[in-house]
Design a protein around this ligand. Structure first.
Ligand code: SAM
Length: 441
């Protein structure tokens, strides 16, 4: 691995006697792991659904080391959203955020969704997660991951931090800024991060991080928590960014992280660092509390629909799950099951609020993949269940028609966990697994 000279100089200064140990770690293969998704299954079901062993990590009770390998995305357990592929130390930022069920959480730089899906797991379906990503193409990946993981209570937006945080001032109990950074902690797994590195890039990242934090501070309610994290080692993007933030925002104070991973920050603040020598790749996490007042400007969302569309949605919901849906809304021909406690989002670029129940096809409503992903097997009236190595399951995931003794819309499950649906009649299940998600080969 050829490391930039200036980077080595900086790291020698930062690590002192540990520099050689750091270099030796960089020669090791990158760490691999995954995070259990308790919205979809328990640890036992996950272990039974994986072809490799996993061992706990110190960064989160949901996070495990495991040889997931390149083809991890092809595993049926992955399609079913039982886990999120994530290097374990990346789970430390949400451990520091410590979201509680029922709270309103903003993940301001959220794509592709590693942290957002962890926050959703800790909310346990209660409260609201607002996941924002400024880059449109990346926001689509974020939406797809939240859907795969069956998150029922998320809003996905594609906004700049100043616009979003200005509109939702004081709305959130906790805000996460997992900032774009120079990615020095990714050097072991991504040669591209080495090629993109320069002192100028580090400085540009630091400037951008300060602007993002300025915006984020607005969104935190009085008494709320702000967590700042990066996957880089540079002092300029970590301790110095935090010091500059606190200097210009006396309404925030630094706070201890409620977990003991990694090691203390370089400046004696309560922030934590994780180096490869600490069982991770490279992370920095700082936590602040807003002690100054903040005026909440926003009002609750009042736009739930009524009338024939609502009645049609109720009928479809009953056909699929047998019960009554909560609040629904229609946006761009899609019927959504809305999260409770939405703020008014007029004027914001929202890609999704809650779960897609159905899409209007002429006068009919066609059920959506998203609603099945967010439901348990017990919720669904008709189900087929397969072990992860079943040829019929793999055929379903490839988009093929399979035999089915059921009639009507039928959830297809892996070890009891819903992974999609089809429509059964005359002994055959017509496949509704989305084309873009299908297994190839
Ligand atoms: N939290 C994500 C996860 O766990 O999957 C990773 C986030 S990544 C470190 C930082 C994100 O910030 C990227 O998706 C990037 O597109 C986004 N970003 C880039 N420039 C930004 C800006 N000026 N404001 C806000 N976000 C930005």
């Amino acid at each position: 691995m050829h490391l930039p000279e200036k980077f080595c100089e900086n790291m020698k200064e930062l690590l002192g006697a540990e520099w050689q140990a750091f270099l030796a770690c960089l020669e090791e293969p990158p760490l691999r792991g995954l995070r259990l998704n308790p919205l979809k299954c328990d640890e036992k079901t996950l272990r039974e659904s994986l072809p490799f062993a996993i061992t706990p990590s110190p960064f989160s009770p949901l996070s495990f080391y495991g040889e997931a390998g390149e083809r991890v995305g092809a595993l049926p357990a992955h399609h079913a959203g039982m886990f999120y592929s994530q290097e374990p130390s990346a789970s430390s930022a949400v451990t520091a955020l410590d979201p509680q069920p029922g709270e309103r959480i903003l993940d301001l730089c959220a794509a592709p969704g590693g942290k957002s899906t962890q926050i959703a797991a800790l909310l346990e379906g209660w409260g609201m997660l607002w996941s924002n990503e400024v880059v449109r193409g990346r926001a689509d990946a974020l939406l797809s991951n939240l859907e795969r993981m069956g998150v029922p209570n998320a809003v996905v937006s594609c906004e700049t931090p100043p616009r979003l945080c200005g509109a939702l001032q004081g709305w959130f109990d906790r805000v996460l800024v997992d900032a774009p950074c120079s990615g020095e902690g990714m050097f072991r797994r991504d040669e591209g991060a080495i090629a993109a590195w320069s002192p100028e890039h580090v400085e540009a990242c630091a400037q951008r991080q300060r602007l993002i934090l300025d915006s984020a501070s607005l969104a935190v309610r009085e008494g709320g928590v702000l967590v700042y994290s990066t996957c880089t080692f540079s002092r300029a993007e970590n301790e110095d960014t935090c010091a500059a933030f606190l200097q210009s925002h006396p309404e925030f104070v630094p706070e201890a992280i409620p977990a003991a991973f990694g090691r203390p920050a370089l400046d004696g603040s309560p922030a934590r660092r994780i180096f490869p020598m600490d069982g991770g790749e490279g992370h920095f996490v700082a936590r602040f509390r807003r002690v100054g007042e903040n005026r909440q400007k926003n009002t609750p969302f009042l736009g739930a629909d009524a009338g024939p569309a609502r009645r049609q949605a109720e009928a479809l919901y009953k056909e699929l799950f047998g019960g009554e849906p909560g609040p629904t809304g229609i946006f761009g021909g899609k019927v959504l099951l809305l999260p409770e406690g939405l703020p008014d989002f007029t004027g914001l670029h929202v890609l999704r609020a809650g779960v897609e129940l159905a899409q209007a096809k002429g006068k009919r409503l066609e059920p959506a993949h998203g609603v099945f992903m967010s439901r348990s097997k017990a919720d669904c009236l008709h189900t087929l269940d397969f072990p992860p190595d079943s040829p019929l399951l793999l055929a379903f995931l490839r988009g093929e028609e399979i035999d089915s003794p059921t009639a009507g819309y039928t959830a297809v499950c892996v070890n009891g966990v819903v992974t999609g649906f089809g429509k059964a009649s005359n002994g055959r299940l017509k496949n509704r697994y989305p084309k873009g998600l299908r297994l190839r080969g």
